[in-house]
Each structure stands twice: as structure tokens, then as C-alpha cells.
Design a protein around this ligand. Structure first.
Ligand code: NOJ
Length: 553
């Protein structure tokens, strides 16, 4: 997600958008609009995702410690409407219900995260292990496996134990590397007999930039020009350490894989005949996904980041670059620490070159890049302000990963679209369109030779959307947050995604159109039921906990 100041630049500049950029690179022979009917490789894994703080609730139950998100969301003015994840979807109490929803969808995998302070209330293993927290994840993992759903587990989806923030400054401090390693090691020890896919960090870009540079996310620090680089540096080291721990202590016995989940928007040059725009677009992607992927695959930061941040630091009169450096030993320790790459992708920007002044007071991650972001006003944007639907950008990003990092094994760990809260609409035709087109571009990328093994729709449920509170709904299932039982209702996209899963792709035009028609038909009756239930709930009636999903397509 981008800071608000960047959006306003986007919106002004989009008016002067140069549309000559609509031409393809030669590895994408199809024009943007064409749809490819075909199926995914056998064994392709279909899933949906969630994260602990966004869905679990039970923020202070059963011995859980505080996370930085508990503390941040309780401060006034940080989250839309001052909402919190205190109860959210009450996922902590609804393991069985939610696994039935996954079964209904016929998911092959479920991606969720473990709350570090639920297992280690102070974050430090030698202080105390919370067995009740352990039991919760044991129950979830066992229940998934009983239902033949593979767990893909994220160790860090942003909820750092508050004690570690207060005592050490969180990811600004190198000591996090060992604390995180201890926590990860405990998870391998206790869950690794059943969990074979581990993700160390989810979207470290957001942790670094929004947590330590813009302060929009917990812990809310605004250490402009340095905080994000320092946090990222420690996160990369922590990731590498955990990968080595698994590799040396657990891999032979448990035979699992350890990866990281990086998010990245695609950046397309505004004018593909302009070398400066081409370089600016490349820089955009290198400062985003490349910031983390390049050290992990090649041992060091992208050259362009070293050059730009180094040069600006000198101009600002600093003796060393604001971008930290890895020693030769660290480089070889970090290089190659990825068994699979998790990719979270939602949107695309057009990029043009723009020189930023490099005064010390204005130094920031954003100004270091010397570029401006633009959007095409014709791109659909049904929900979040930053999320424009640009399916072809997904194929390009996947091809970029293939060429830059030696065609790694990829799991798409997040992809999806939101809607605004006020709309209690289960007939989410625009989400069907988004999934259909993005999944199709992923299929094209696989035909291009990109090694994508699985796809995770983001997200299973509507949930707490960080600083946006509950105002943006990403779920396949609608959650009625006003009702204390937090009942779930299938949106039309449930029906559609389910058909993609059972056909392992898109068989032919007639059938795919039929799925869509049926999905929309079914949801109009669900809509009426939701409306009736809402009326009833106003009369203090109990709602069903899980809405029945209609199967007759
Ligand atoms: C990425 C984050 O990992 C996830 O938690 C969030 O819900 C999505 N972006 C959408 O903003």
C-alpha cells in the first residue's frame, strides 16, 4: 500500500497519462484483452489465505501477550473509525466452521499466520511458552490435515510482540534476528511434523516502509530515509538465519520447505520508447520486490538501490550510505536462502522518471527512487484506493521474477480485490472479473515457463484491513461484523472460484460464462437472505454462524 501523499501525486499525474505505453514486450505476444482457455498443470495447488491479527480476535485471551498491532490499534486516530482487531472474525473460536468453508471451496491449501505473542507472550522463548496458544494452532493444523487441506504457515505477518518493540525498538534492532529465530525454531519443533510449507516473513516491504518510514502501520515510527532500510536489513538477516536453522536442524527429518512472501506491484514505463522511463520502471520494481529478492537470490541489494541511495547520501553530506551493507560473509550466508518464493500481488502502476531534490530534510525511501507513479483512469478500482485492476501486470511481474532470479518455484501467496464496507453486496461480479482475469494471466505466465506451483486467493474472509479497519472487504466470504457471532456468508465469487478449482482452470468460453451466470443467480437469493438476517438481527435474533453454501451449479 502506498502512503496517501503518493496517491495524490498519482491522481494529478494520471490526467497527463501517456497511453502510448499500451504495447507489449515481446515475451507477451497476446494483446492485453485476450483470454486464454486452458488448464493448469496437474497438481497445481489452489488456496485461500488469512493472517492472525486480521482474523483471530481473542487479542487478550488464553494467555496471549500484546502485539504491536494491539497497542497501535488502541491508540486514537491510527485506524479508520478507531477500529481494532480485538474480536475481528473471532477466527480463534471458529476453526471448525472456517475449515468447513475451505472444504466447501475444495481448497488444496490454506495459508494462515501464527501470532508470535500468542505462543511467546513476551516474544522471548526463555521467558514463557503459552501452551494454550500452542493448542490453538495444533487444533487448526490437525483439522486442516483431517480435511486434506495443506497448511502453508507464515511465521511473521506483522504482529511483533510489544515487549520486543518496547525493550529493543523492534526491527530497528539486530537482536530481533535471534529472538525471531528462537520463535521459528519452536514452531518447527512443535508443528514441523505436520507443516511442510513455511513462510518466514509476509510482505517485509510493508513492515519496513509503513511501520518505520511513514508510520501508517504499527509500530508507527517515522524514521524517514533510514528506518525502513534498517528494518529491512534486519528482516533479511532474520529470514536467512531461520532458513539455515531449518536447513541444518530440521530439513532432513521434516522434509519441508522454507520461503518468504514478498509483495510487489508491477511498474510499467509510461513511454516504452523513452529509456529514462524504462529505467525508472525497472527501479520501481527493484526498490519494491528486488529490495528483498535480490539479497535472497543473489546475496546483495540491487545495484540500482546501492547507486541511488549511495549517491543521494553523499549529496546530503553523509559519510556513509543510508542503505546498510552486508559483509562478504553475510552475503554468502543470505544468498540462496529460499526454497520457494511467495508472491503477493494486487496492482500495477505506470512509472515515469522524476528527479527529486536530495536535501537531508526531505530524504525518504520514496524520494530515493526518482520516479513518479501514474494510473490509467480507465483501470477499474472497486475497493481500496490503491488497488486498480490491471491483470496484464501480473504476468509481467511473474516473468520478471523468472528472469531475474533463475526461475524459482513460486507460490502466489496473495491476490485479490476489495470492496468498500458500506456495500453489503454478495453479488461481487467485479471480484469474479478480477479473479478470472488475474488467474488467467497467471496461466499465461505458466505457459511462458514461469514456475508457479500454487495460488492463494486473498482472502478467505472479510477481516481487519490494518489502518483501514473494516472499511475494505477482501473476503470470498462476507462477515457480518455487527453481529457478535460474526456469521459468514458466501459471495458470488465463492461459486466462481470453486469452479476454477474443480476444473483446474478455464475449460472453454461457454462453460466459464455459465459459471458466472449461475454464481450471480445464486447470490441474489443469498443477498435476500442476508438482508432478512440483518433485519432480524436488528430485532435481536440470533444468526446462523455459517451460512449454507449452495452447491447446485
Ligand atoms: C498485503 C498484506 O499482507 C495483507 O495483510 C493485506 O490484507 C493485503 N495486502 C491487502 O491490503
Amino acid at each position: 500500500m502506498l502512503p496517501r501523499c503518493a496517491f495524490s501525486v498519482c491522481h494529478v499525474l494520471m490526467l497527463v497519462l501517456c497511453l502510448s505505453a499500451a504495447e507489449d514486450f515481446d515475451w507477451t505476444k497476446n494483446d492485453h484483452g485476450s483470454f486464454y482457455y486452458g488448464t493448469f498443470p496437474a497438481g497445481f495447488s489452489w488456496g485461500a489465505g488469512s493472517s492472525a491479527y486480521q482474523t483471530e480476535g481473542a487479542w487478550d485471551k488464553d494467555g496471549k501477550g500484546l502485539s504491536i498491532w494491539d497497542v497501535f490499534s488502541h491508540k486514537k486516530g491510527k485506524i479508520q473509525q478507531n477500529e481494532t482487531g480485538d474480536s475481528s472474525c473471532e477466527g480463534y473460536y471458529k476453526v471448525k466452521d472456517d475449515v468447513s468453508l475451505m472444504k466447501e471451496l475444495k481448497l488444496n491449501h490454506y495459508r494462515f499466520s501464527i501470532s508470535w505473542p500468542r505462543l511467546l507472550p513476551t516474544g522471548i522463548k526463555s521467558d514463557h511458552i503459552n501452551e494454550k496458544g500452542m493448542q490453538h494452532y495444533d487444533q487448526l493444523i490437525d483439522h486442516l490435515l483431517e480435511n486434506k487441506i495443506t497448511p502453508i504457515v507464515t511465521l511473521y505477518h506483522w504482529d511483533l510482540p510489544q515487549v520486543l518493540q518496547e525493550k529493543y525498538g523492534g526491527w530497528q534492532n539486530i537482536s530481533m534476528v535471534n529472538h525471531f529465530n528462537e520463535f521459528a525454531n519452536l514452531c518447527f519443533e512443535r508443528f514441523g511434523n505436520r507443516v511442510k510449507y513455511w513462510i518466514t516473513f509476509n510482505n517485509p516491504w510493508s513492515v519496513a516502509v509503513e511501520g518505520y518510514e511513514t508510520g501508517e502501520h504499527a509500530p508507527g515510527l517515522k524514521l524517514r530515509g533510514t528506518g525502513a532500510y534498517r528494518a529491512a536489513h534486519h528482516i533479511i538477516k532474520a529470514h536467512a538465519k531461520v532458513w539455515h536453522t531449518y536447513d541444518t536442524q530440521w530439513r532432513a527429518k521434516q522434509k519441508g520447505l522454507v520461503g518468504i512472501s514478498l509483495s510487489g506491484d508491477w511498474g510499467e514505463p509510461v513511454d516504452i520508447s523513452n529509456q529514462k522511463d524504462i529505467e525508472a520502471a525497472e527501479r520501481y520494481v527493484q526498490f519494491y520486490l528486488g529490495w528483498f529478492a535480490t539479497p535472497i537470490f543473489h546475496g546483495d541489494y540491487p545495484q540500482v538501490m546501492k547507486d541511488f541511495i549511495g549517491r543521494k547520501s553523499v549529496q546530503q553530506g553523509l559519510g556513509t550510505s543510508r542503505l546498510p551493507t552486508f559483509s562478504p560473509q553475510e552475503k554468502s550466508y543470505i544468498k540462496g536462502t529460499c526454497d520457494f518464493l511467495g508472491v503477493g500481488h494486487f496492482t500495477t502502476r505506470y512509472i515515469t522518471q522524476k528527479n527529486n531534490p536530495s536535501s537531508r530534510s526531505s530524504s525518504s525511501y520514496f524520494s530515493d527512487r526518482d520516479l513518479a507513479e501514474l494510473v490509467d483512469p480507465r483501470w477499474p478500482d472497486p475497493g481500496s484506493e490503491w488497488l486498480y485492476s490491471v491483470p496484464w501486470g501480473f504476468r509481467r511481474l511473474l516473468n520478471f521474477i523468472k528472469t531475474q532470479y533463475g526461475n524459482p518455484m513460486i507460490y502466489v501467496t496473495e491476490n485479490g480485490v476489495s470492496e468498500k464496507m458500506l456495500c453489503t453486496e454478495l453479488c461481487d461480479d467485479w471480484r469474479i472479473q478480477y479473479y478470472k482475469d488475474y488467474i488467467n494471466e497467471m496461466l499465461k505466465a505458466i505457459k511462458d515457463g514461469v514456475n508457479v506451483k500454487g495460488y492463494t486467493a486473498w482472502s478467505l474472509l472479510d477481516k481487519f484491513e490494518w489502518d483501514e479497519g473494516y472499511s475494505e472487504r477482501f473476503g470470498l466470504y462476507y462477515v457480518d461484523f455487527r453481529n457478535k457471532n460474526k456469521p459468514r456468508y458466501p459471495k458470488a465469487s465463492v461459486q466462481f472460484y470453486k469452479r476454477i478449482i474443480s476444473s483446474n482452470g478455464f475449460p472453454n468460453q461457454r462453460e466459464v460464462e455459465n459459471w458466472r451466470r449461475k454464481a450471480v443467480e445464486t447470490c441474489s437469493s443469498s443477498n435476500q437472505l442476508l438482508a432478512a438476517a440483518t433485519r432480524k438481527s436488528k430485532e435481536h435474533a440470533e444468526l446462523p454462524k455459517v451460512w449454507p453454501v449452495h452447491d447446485e451449479v
